[in-house]
Design a protein around this ligand. Structure first.
Ligand SMILES: [Zn+2]
Length: 628
């Protein structure tokens, strides 16, 4: 979501960068019970200035999704996630419905006291998408509205030590998360996914795959979005749009609410029962809010739409006499775009109704459409080519809405130059050391604006500056690297023949070189958040080596507020960190634990420890950092 924030010197646009999207997709691939993740990244311009309101954003995403269902035939099971960069303020995330298909949340550089990888969007998104996969909160660290959770304190493990302790394991980075870490469905610090949440998401994904849908053909389609107050049984309609196209639709699941389609003699032509979708993560909201988002067949003769709760009309929208008309004036037929694309149109309505405009883009001659913006009042929009998939048969469609009827205008075909893929090396890590003949797993991934996630193995070519081409594949096993310092290059080619590159350096040493013993401390950093005056639970650190050879080690550094139950030892060890927070004022405390071992190749490992002492009742880290 491209969210404009007004400032004195004009307008700054905040858009979550590909860095955050890479982190999020990587986290989902590593933590979720999925073998494959298919992603489409697109940029949506939020129509009003300032920080997006998450509930309004859901309404926007619901409309966007509805357009893609009716105009592109997309499956209703597709999940939409609205990602908002927190440069313009912190938009607390939530999900629309548990389970559901729409969620939104923030991303940014913040650490939340423990996450030092430069983006918190990864686990935050994992939490919200967890709701869409049917997961309720584990009610710890301020999370409410949840369901029972099997392990104490929201941990990923029933116990901290012993045979029953469960460790988190990251299949890609090989990081090990200690049993003291918390489940992603809590609001606690130090999150990973528990086996409980993992299994739960897995069974949801399986059940969605088996779902038979009740689909019907509609000659004309009515899109309806709005907000419902579930406690008071009231509602407000946002969009009502009658679209003149045929589409295959899935009827709403029946509930206590109704959509009534009413004719000019005030008679019900059709009544469709439904339920608004309940929002997650709304602990601080006094009223329970729900989102209305339905796509239903239009009944000819309907001139009024009413929302009813327990038989009583709580919101309605009437049609005016005439539909609006819109003409797209830019881009021009045959235009070629390498940079900004200026989109302009003229809308008019014979009844003089105020109009809003929804802007759709196709790069395949109208087979599929994505939504660039919706709810605009002005008659132009500038989009950057960087945000659009390229194509020679690109089209703009503008849908004008008068609050009931719509009018549509389309540009002639134009060209948006295509982009090269964004390649990433997921394994090995930078600077890793291997023995001659040791199996080295090369793993890459790539996203392309035109092709999406690139899955074809032949598109991935691996080369070494010493040994030349190594082979192809998203995953490539090789034992053939010669001794020396290699620069490994991954080249990914998309369907237009454009290339993207990523690079890594690895070292290969002689087969009889001494076994590489590296000191490994997990986790690589410790972040603790405590309320002032409240003692903190102990935290676990593990000392291991890469070769399993035992090494002598010692630890120095630290501070008065953190103590460790051993100052030296012979690995492997499980160490307990205790936090002495008595008398500490609100604030941030930082120190380094320095582990050294003369027996290990890497000699020293530094573990940053950050303690946040926060005021009482501020435990809920998901609350906005700015007021709303
Ligand atoms: Zn939540």
């Amino acid at each position: 979501v491209n969210s404009p924030t007004a400032s004195k010197v004009g307008s700054t646009y905040y858009k979550a960068s590909n860095f955050h999207l890479d982190k999020i997709e990587s986290w989902l691939r590593r933590a979720y019970p999925i073998s494959n993740l298919s992603v489409v990244r697109s940029t949506y311009d939020y129509p009003s200035s300032g920080l997006p309101n998450v509930n309004s954003l859901h309404l926007r995403l619901a409309l966007l999704k509805a357009y893609r269902v009716v105009f592109s035939g997309e499956s209703v099971k597709t999940i939409y996630y609205g990602l908002v960069d927190d440069g313009g303020g912190f938009m607390r995330g939530n999900a629309m419905g548990i389970p559901g298909t729409i969620a939104a949340g923030p991303t940014g550089l913040g650490t939340f006291g423990w996450d030092t990888d430069g983006s918190y969007g990864d686990w935050y998104t994992g939490h919200e998408i967890g709701h869409t996969r049917g997961r309720y909160h584990a009610e710890f660290c301020g999370a409410g509205g949840g369901k029972s959770y099997p392990y104490p304190n929201g941990r990923i493990s029933p116990s901290i030590t012993g045979n029953t302790a469960i460790y988190g394991f990251d299949i890609s980075t090989r990081a090990i998360y200690p049993p003291s870490w918390s489940d992603v469905m809590t609001y606690c610090s130090n999150q990973w996914i528990s086996d409980f949440t993992y299994e739960g998401i897995r069974s949801h994904i399986i059940s969605v795959g088996l779902l038979e849908s009740n689909r019907i053909m509609a000659e004309q389609v009515l899109l309806i979005t709005g907000l419902a107050n579930l406690d008071e049984g009231t509602a407000e309609l946002e969009d009502v749009q009658l679209l003149n196209l045929e589409a295959e639709l899935e009827m709403p699941a029946p509930g206590e609410w109704e959509i009534a389609l009413i004719n000019e003699s005030n008679a019900d032509l059709k009544v469709i029962p439904f339920n608004p979708l309940v929002l997650s993560d709304d602990e601080e909201d006094p009223a329970e809010m729900g989102i209305i988002s339905e796509i239903i067949p239009y009944q000819p003769g309907t001139i009024k739409v009413a929302i009813r709760y327990q038989g009583k009309t709580v919101a309605e929208r009437s049609a005016s006499a005439n539909a609006p008309v819109v003409e797209v004036t830019e881009p021009k037929r045959g235009g070629q775009y390498r940079a900004d694309i200026n989109i302009s149109w003229n809308g008019s309505d014979p009844d003089g109704d105020p109009l809003t405009f929804n802007i759709l883009f196709s790069n395949d001659g109208g087979k599929t459409w994505e939504v660039l913006a919706s709810g605009l009042e002005e008659e132009n929009l500038v989009v950057n080519r960087e945000d659009l998939p390229g194509g020679e048969n690109s089209l703009i469609k503008v849908i004008a809405s008068d609050g009931f009827y719509t009018g549509e205008g389309e540009s002639g075909p134009f060209t948006v130059f295509p982009h090269g893929p964004m390649a990433q090396i997921d394994n090995p890590g930078e600077g890793q050391i291997f023995h001659l003949d040791q199996n080295l797993v090369l793993q890459g991934s790539a996203y392309d604006m035109e092709d999406g996630t690139i899955e074809a193995d032949l598109a991935f070519i691996w080369t070494s500056n010493l040994d030349g081409e190594l082979g192809s594949g998203r995953n490539l096993n090789t034992t053939e690297l010669s001794e020396g310092d290699h620069q490994i290059t991954l080249s990914v080619t998309d369907s237009h023949g454009n290339k993207g590159f990523a690079m890594r350096t690895v070292k290969v040493v002689a087969a009889d070189a001494p076994k590489l013993t590296l000191l490994e401390i997990a986790p690589f950093s410790v972040g603790i958040v405590v309320e002032v005056g409240v003692p903190s639970a102990a935290h676990l650190l593990t000392v291991r080596t890469s070769s399993d050879e035992p090494v002598n080690w010692m630890v120095t550094g630290g501070a008065a507020w953190v103590s460790i139950d051993a100052a030296n030892g012979v690995s492997p060890n499980d160490l307990e960190l205790t936090f002495n927070t008595a008398g500490l004022a609100v604030g941030k405390y930082e120190t380094l634990l320095i582990f050294t071992s003369a027996d290990a190749l890497n000699g020293t490992v530094e573990v940053p420890v950050v303690l946040h002492v926060i005021p009482l009742n501020m435990r809920d880290l998901f609350l906005p950092l700015v007021g709303r």
